[in-house]
Design a binder for this molecule. Structure first.
Ligand code: APR
Ligand code: PHB
Length: 404
């Protein structure tokens, strides 16, 4: 058994785990990052791609913004499309100085891996049989590499292993009475595609149509990213390319004849829609961050940004522990994050409910959704609320009422 020692053992090399490793490195705190998939798999994974203003500001401030600022696509608005018309929600006017930046999650993860390598600090891919133990006293992480059976002893474990990892289940099994899981399943899913087609609009377009939801997004000046609402148990085999284009064109039917450019479909997949929150996000010396602690439906483009917000709070708390012998920020970690988590859950649920057709929904529901869209595209107060939440709440919005 190869025995290792570090201050913070980080499980998962997604945005949460890698960014935490970087923030701790900048504060001279040791860590090891352990990932069970290969590097190629992790950077090849097609996922979300919208960064909030606060996320971009943080990444730039910690030296991770070069490629993002060069290749990211900064948007000053999004569009809502319904009843054959598109309506702009103008961030520049409503929330001056707060934009979104379109930059694929896999591009960000590629940058984070390069930054980790540059620090020389340990990052292991393709580890096997990873398991955690004694995280309420003397945390240990066991894992296998090609060569060795290893165990790393650490002061703390950061569970950044996403929605299908081992850290959340470990708490649920070993400390069932301590945690509570809040969950909501949505009766629809998203069929997403990447297309070799130049984006025919410079902004994201969210559409509600009586055939269902559709989303127009992008990855670069030559790659369009599109989604459409489908059944939760949909089989991708039932969606040949021309059917996908036919459905997208139908749902983006607009009076000004705008529609997405077509091109070769490079990738397609179906992703489930659900909301989940684990409370508390801490158990002893194990701290959950990102998708390991909470899942949001992608309609508000919040998953990645929420993971960033968690590790920003956690890095601060760990730095205060090691450099100022303070335990209070670690004590407050869960409550601080959960205040923001629920604010983001509310916004993501609202966007999802306003823009999707619920199976079995009535005409009344559809007319009410249209009225919701009419209100949010005509009332300045409602527009500003959407813009404020979409561009992202400031990172310290998690500060506890007692602290503000
Ligand atoms: N051992 C080691 N690594 C693991 C294990 C395990 N048992 N289980 C999962 N992992 C890894 C996954 O392979 C993945 O690379 O943990 C990582 C978790 O990363 P993400 O799922 O990207 O989660 P997170 O970092 O919290 O980022 C969350 O980013 O992709 C967006 O929308 C997505 O909301 C999500 C956000
Ligand atoms: C994406 O570009 O992948 C994207 C954009 C907005 C969302 C979700 C995903 O709400």
């Amino acid at each position: 058994m190869k025995r290792l020692r570090t201050q913070v053992g980080i499980v998962g090399a997604g945005p949460a785990g890698l960014l935490l490793g970087h923030l701790l490195h900048l504060r001279g705190i040791d860590s090891i990052v352990l990932e069970d998939r290969s590097r190629e798999y992790v950077i090849g994974r097609v996922r979300a791609g919208v960064l909030e203003q606060s996320t971009v500001d943080l990444l730039v401030s910690v030296g991770l913004g070069q490629r993002l600022q060069r290749e990211g696509m900064r948007h000053g608005a999004i569009q809502l499309c319904f009843l054959r018309r598109r309506h702009r929600i103008d961030f520049e006017e409503l929330t001056p100085g707060r934009f979104i930046t379109v930059y694929g999650q896999n591009e960000l993860v590629t940058d984070l891996i390069a930054a980790r390598r540059a620090t020389g600090r340990p990052l292991h891919f393709s580890v096997r049989d990873l398991h955690i133990a004694d995280f309420d006293s003397a945390p240990r992480i066991g894992f296998q590499t090609e060569e060795d059976e290893c165990e790393v002893a650490c002061d703390f474990i950061a569970g950044c292993d996403g929605g299908h990892g081992v850290c959340r289940p470990s708490i649920l099994t070993d400390h069932a009475g301590v945690v509570r899981v809040y969950e909501r399943e949505y009766p629809f899913a998203w069929l997403g595609i990447l297309a070799q087609a130049s984006p025919s609009c410079e902004e994201l377009v969210y559409a509600l149509h009586d055939r269902g939801f559709a989303l127009f997004s992008m990855r670069s000046p030559s790659i369009t990213r599109l989604y459409l609402q489908c059944a939760p148990d949909e089989n991708i085999k039932n969606w040949p390319d021309d059917r996908i284009w036919h459905e997208l064109t139908a749902r983006f039917d607009t009076a000004d004849a705008w529609s997405p450019n077509r091109g070769a479909i490079l990738q397609k997949g179906i992703s489930a829609m659900h909301s989940l929150v684990v409370e508390p996000m801490r158990c002893g010396r194990l701290f959950l961050a990102g998708d390991a602690a909470h899942i949001v439906p992608p309609t508000g483009a919040k998953g990645l940004n929420l993971a960033v917000a968690d590790v920003w709070v956690l890095a601060h708390a760990l730095s205060a522990y090691y450099h100022e012998e303070r335990e209070d920020l670690l004590e407050h970690y869960s409550d601080r994050c959960l205040r923001r988590v629920w604010a983001v859950q509310r916004f993501s649920w609202w966007m999802t409910s306003m823009l999707h057709l619920a199976p079995g929904g009535s005409d009344f529901d559809y007319r009410r959704q249209l009225a919701d869209l009419d209100y949010v595209t005509t009332s300045r107060a409602a527009m500003t609320s959407l813009a404020e939440n979409y561009t992202g709440l400031p990172l310290d919005s998690g500060s506890l009422p007692s602290e503000s």
